[in-house]
Design a protein. Structure first.
Length: 505
């Protein structure tokens, strides 16, 4: 009852006219920021952070969280309509969202993303409200060994489950892991794989550069080759009936969305994990538990719902260690943490005691931002779908410009533009050869976290490799990963056994 009373006081703060207006403005701005390739929640919060000094601290953090929430919703827009993930958190949405748009189901895909984001955000905020302190204690139990085992399990969901060629999947994961090691060594600081001492490689290969290259430029090249008639129009339309049908369709996916929400919130609250691993893991698990896993990657609506629930749930979960422990759970919450310190607020367990108005005002604003985000998102779906109906020759030129600008803007280096071009050609050739691109991106995103946690564990345990299986949590994750990895072999042996005992005709 005390929690409900504190939450009610928080709503009195978040529903004040100025804070309500701030939530709506922040969510709308975040929606468009997340939809722009090359931006995302980190850039949006960083841009707006200096402007927050003109409002009280509670309103400032509400504004930044609203932008954060809106950007998580908006990331699905460019992933579905253009096939270009605006940020790493939306890359898994591209796998099935883009094929749905190409099949004329862009409206349904956007509805699925909006509803799934709302469900994931709502469930995670409720969990945040009820279990903030106990879950913070659980997050402290995760050390480097557990992080490594969790990432390993994410890889094995792609290798051992689904319909892709297993050998090609392993090859792409290995290629992604190699690319993730480009740059400076984590421990010694020595340069690695810098290709003749090229300065641009010292900072590594950015996920955004790879994603824009293989999914943006590569998709354009593949579509140009496969299209024999120009100009062509994407068959996209939306009506009120389509909106209702889409929402009813999502009602049948409560299991997928519930699983993605709980998984996303749990992974999001782990320090340094964030929404990207949560979305990729939710996609892999949804594919593994689906009755038709081979349809994933070809326009399965569950492939949109699962990562969207997970990444929005993780965005809320990442706020938990920031508020209770002072440890940011993602790059965006690291900026939020810096803002709180600048406003004279010290995150940690005492924050709930010393600044209850601020804490519960923030928590209640997440409910408000979630409702505002889904309403604004669904209201703007006809506009997004209408933009998709332009001739392909025009859309192609726009996508090319967005790819170049989106790749150049974060680093402002021509090196990244040339890499985008190279990855675009490579992505086109890999797609022609029927190599899956999702494992490549997955490995580049999670590779640095995997290497860091692996080496930290070995250093702290003085080279004892058995430390990964001696710890209960990491040992459990590794056992599950091993099960996923050998599952295809078991299926293959069973099929071989059935063939051998089949009667000859």
């Amino acid at each position: 009852m005390e929690t409900l009373a504190l939450l009610a006081d928080g709503f009195a703060t978040s529903l004040s006219p100025i804070n309500l207006m701030i939530v709506i403005l922040g969510v709308t701005a975040g929606l468009f920021i997340g939809a722009m390739p090359g931006l995302g929640s980190v850039n949006g919060v960083a841009i707006v952070l200096p402007l927050t000094f003109i409002v009280p601290p509670s309103s400032a953090i509400i504004l930044l969280c609203a932008i954060y929430y809106g950007a998580m919703y908006g990331g699905a827009i460019s992933s579905i309509l253009l096939g270009i993930p605006g940020a790493s958190t939306a890359v898994a949405t591209t796998f099935d969202g883009r094929p749905m748009a190409q099949q004329g189901k862009a409206g349904l895909a956007l509805i699925a993303a909006a509803v799934a984001s709302f469900v994931g955000g709502t469930i995670s905020v409720v969990l945040f409200t009820l279990f903030a302190v106990p879950l913070a204690d659980l997050a402290l139990a995760f050390g480097p060994a557990e992080e490594f085992a969790l990432v390993l399990m994410a890889f094995t969901t792609f290798v051992g489950l689904g319909g892709d060629d297993k050998l090609k999947t392993i090859i792409m994961i290995c290629l992604g892991l190699v690319l993730s090691t480009v740059g400076l060594d984590l421990i010694s600081g020595q340069p690695r794989l810098i290709f003749g001492d090229l300065p641009g490689f010292y900072s590594g290969v950015s996920f955004l550069v790879l994603a824009i290259g293989v999914y943006g430029i590569g998709e354009i090249l593949y579509t140009i080759e496969s299209s024999r008639t120009a100009p062509q129009v994407t068959p996209a339309k939306i009506s009120l009936r389509d909106l209702g049908d889409g929402i009813r369709t999502m009602n049948r996916m409560w299991r997928t969305m519930s699983l993605g929400s709980f998984l996303g919130f749990f992974v999001g609250m782990l320090p340094a994990a964030g929404a990207t691993p949560a979305a990729l893991m939710a996609y892999g698990i949804a594919r593994s538990t689906s009755k038709d896993p081979k349809s994933f990657g070809k326009g399965n609506i569950e492939g949109v719902a699962a990562p969207e629930t997970a990444n929005n749930a993780a965005s809320t979960g990442s706020l938990l260690p920031m508020l209770t422990l002072g440890i940011p759970g993602s790059p965006t919450t690291a900026l939020l943490l810096g803002g709180m310190v600048m406003w004279g607020l010290m995150p940690g367990p005492m924050l709930f005691i010393e600044q209850p108005d601020f804490v519960w005002g923030l928590i209640s604003s997440l409910y408000t931002a979630n409702f505002a985000a889904v309403a604004i998102n669904i209201a703007l779906i006809p506009l997004f779908v209408w933009a998709l109906r332009m001739p392909f020759t025009v859309l192609c030129a726009i996508v090319m410009v967005l790819c170049i600008v989106g790749g150049f803007a974060p680093s402002q280096k021509m090196h990244d533009v040339w890499l985008i071009a190279g990855f675009g050609v490579a992505g086109y050739l890999l797609r022609k050869a029927d190599y899956p691109l999702a494992p490549l991106v997955l490995a580049l995103v999670l590779g640095p976290l995997m290497e860091k946690s692996f080496r930290q564990t070995l250093i702290s345990e003085q080279g004892n490799v058995l430390a990964f299986i001696e710890r209960p949590l990491s040992g459990t994750f590794i056992a599950i990963a091993a099960l996923f990895f050998v599952l295809p072999l078991v299926k293959y042996l069973r099929k071989g056994g059935r063939r051998s005992v089949a009667p000859a005709e």
